[in-house]
Design a protein around this ligand. Structure first.
Ligand code: IMP
Ligand code: MG
Length: 177
């Protein structure tokens, strides 16, 4: 059976409105321009969110990218986390915000928080566009969470199924059509 039915769950407009709010909250939480805020985009799923969130934040930020692979080609986690591309920049002494597409089991972010903490940032928080709290296996909380969603597989706005659908402007539920 083909997995190709797409139903809009969160529209592009809803996403933009929420990102404006998240950007304003981040600006309020880091008011000192002398302190460096370092955004770390988790590739590939967070690339669209990173582009919009970084522009919704009005204070200066540093952006960097980290490649992490925690899923195979399917819809279920392999349970394995692998760094496929490390940061180009040093985060020591900086306020780090990990920018992620979705918090699902929390396995990926738990691994990342431990890894980045060893590099002595001044603080670390998580910004996640989506959150599936029902699926949590590890206690991970995003300080900046866009939308809490039910336990459905979603694609679009950077999220993929077998590398497809990332460029859709809306977040859509992918089901059997
Ligand atoms: P976790 O380690 O289980 O929290 O997995 C997080 C990663 O799994 C995310 O960064 C996504 O890449 C991927 N993922 C989890 N749920 C979905 C989904 O519904 N659609 C697409 N990717 C997902
Ligand atoms: Mg991801």
């Amino acid at each position: 059976m083909a997995l190709d039915k797409l139903t809009v769950l969160i529209s592009a407009e809803q996403i933009q409105n929420r990102i404006r709010e998240l950007g304003a909250k981040i600006d309020g939480d880091y008011p000192n321009p002398a302190e460096i805020v370092h955004l770390i985009c988790i590739l590939k799923g967070a690339y669209v969110f990173m582009a919009d969130l970084s522009r919704a934040i009005k204070r200066p930020v540093i952006v960097d990218f980290m490649g992490i692979s925690s899923y195979g080609k399917g819809k279920t986690s392999s349970g394995e986390v692998r760094v496929t591309k490390d940061l180009d920049t040093v985060i020591e002494g900086h306020h780090v915000i990990i920018v992620e597409d979705i918090v699902d089991s929390g396995v990926t972010l738990t691994y990342l928080l431990n890894l980045l903490d060893q590099r002595k940032p001044r603080s670390i928080k998580i910004a996640a566009l989506l959150d599936k709290p029902e699926r949590r296996l590890r206690p991970v909380t995003a300080a900046y969470a866009g939308f809490s969603i039910p336990d459905e597989f979603v694609v679009g706005y950077g999220l993929d199924y077998a590398e497809q659908y990332r460029s859709l402007p809306d977040v859509c539920v992918l089901s059997e059509g």
